[in-house]
Design a protein around this ligand. Structure first.
Ligand code: FES
Ligand SMILES: [Fe+2]
Length: 438
């Protein structure tokens, strides 16, 4: 059971909060590369951990991020002109480089003045189709941590951003909660919920039933890792020709403070729940695989094709209590949820819980074990950070081999962890502590 005070600790992310401080120690995604599509394109407002910034791409193609409000008299630089390798404030024309260098101050022509000041700029870089920034203490800037989806051709990634009006933790918890999958997403994961005769398993690339499983109450094996934890949903697998009995395992990796990797047979989903503030979250969904994606088909798979609820234009998820969280009750004879698709089902449930879940009023059961583990690992990480040590995961220099595992048969009694040695779950406790900086 979580207390109201622990709930506050876990969910408040603004400046000066414990969670906000811990999250600020990491490079975080701030927008997609596609949102800054070309050099000198219009700048973009970024809201991150309760603060406002402007992201922009200069003439050279490099990306930058500054505090939103101009250092002169605080006009928003989101209105600015991006030109000639800098961003120019519309009000009096002060112009800034990506590193905060003051390039021009047209209403105060004094070169020494210009050289003596610097705009608040934050380290920013681009990788894996996302723009990342670091807004923590300058002296503690960590190395940039690469993920597997950074590799390969851009076409082998398909990225969606969904801005949902709910606290990050309830969305993150949904992402580690196996027991909802066969229920909330049963049109996809348990498609015979209504008419058993109609379901034909299909693991093809854009199949809406690629996640389907017969048994929707698997055993859950959890194991801590230096960056959070990973867990296997374990079901009875087939008996092999030689008589070996097997478990079918599906492994998800949870990479604090915002990430997870979800397995699908043909590709992996890397998902980051990045708080804009306490009440709103930018979810970045990166599908990554060995061949190019058809974006239109991926939109259908994810349920992002209903423009009443989400558009590519601004990424806003539009469920509210007033529109019944986007639910179409007239469709509930043929679909389970009346929401159609993975993302709307998860996002609308997240919004329906209210901006911040009152966790001290919950009634948890054993099936919530991964959700409880997520909270405990976030609290572990806060403790480390509070003690002046590296939060969980910050000491990992490379995430590119950490991965999830789609349904795989493992001989009963054999440890599934051995299939994923680079997830670091096999690490002895003492080593785990070392890696975590404890
Ligand atoms: S407020 Fe930006 S130049 Fe004056
Ligand atoms: Fe879900």
């Amino acid at each position: 059971m979580i207390t109201a005070e622990q709930n506050r600790l876990l969910t408040q992310v603004g400046p000066g909060t414990a969670m906000g401080g811990m999250m600020r120690r990491f490079w975080l995604p701030v927008c997609t590369s596609a949102q800054l599509p070309k050099p000198d394109c219009p700048p973009l407002h970024v809201r991150l951990l309760g603060e406002n910034f402007v992201a922009f791409r200069i003439s050279s193609g490099e990306v930058g991020m500054l505090e939103e409000y101009c250092m002169h008299r605080r006009a928003s630089l989101v209105l600015g002109r991006v030109e000639d390798n800098g961003i120019r404030c519309l009000y009096h024309g002060w112009k800034f480089g990506v590193d905060g260098t003051v390039q021009e101050t047209p209403n105060h022509c004094d070169d020494r003045f210009k050289a003596s000041i610097r705009a608040p700029a934050y380290p920013a870089r681009e990788a894996g189709g996302l723009v990342w920034a670091y807004i923590g203490p300058q002296e503690l800037q960590p190395p940039f941590q690469p993920y597997a989806f950074f590799d390969g051709h851009d076409a082998n990634r398909c990225i969606f951003r969904v801005n949902t009006p709910a606290n990050y933790l309830q969305l993150y918890e949904g992402g580690t909660d196996s027991s909802h999958v066969g229920i909330l997403h049963c049109n996809l994961a348990n498609p015979d919920w209504k008419d058993k005769a109609s379901f034909v398993p299909d693991a093809s690339d854009y199949s809406s039933v690629a996640m389907a499983v017969g048994d929707n109450a698997p055993d859950i094996d959890l194991e801590n890792t230096p960056y959070g934890f990973h867990y296997a949903a374990r079901r009875d697998g087939p008996v092999l020709d030689d008589g070996t009995t097997t478990d079918s395992v599906r492994v998800t990796a949870v990479i604090l403070p915002t990430g997870r990797i979800i397995p699908i047979a043909q590709y992996q989903f890397f998902i980051f729940e990045v708080p804009q503030d306490d009440f709103k979250t930018s979810t970045y969904i990166v599908a990554h695989g060995p061949k190019p994606f058809d974006r239109a088909k991926m939109r259908v798979v994810l349920g992002l094709n209903n423009e009443k609820l989400w558009t590519e234009r601004d990424s806003e998820y539009l469920a509210t209590p007033e529109n019944r969280f986007g639910q179409d009750v007239s469709r509930m004879g043929e679909t389970w949820s009346g929401l159609e698709g993975l993302v709307p089902e998860d996002a609308s449930i997240g919004v329906s819980m209210g901006p911040i879940v009152e966790r001290h009023k919950e009634m948890l059961v054993a099936a919530d074990s991964a959700v409880v583990r997520l909270r405990n690992r976030l609290l572990d990480s806060l403790k480390l950070h509070g003690a002046g040590k590296n939060p969980l995961g910050l000491s990992i220099t490379d995430y590119s081999k950490v991965r999830s595992l789609a349904d795989t048969n493992v001989a009963k009694g054999k440890r599934w962890q051995e299939l994923l040695p680079d997830n670091l779950g096999n690490t002895q406790d003492i080593k785990t502590k070392e890696l975590a900086g404890i």
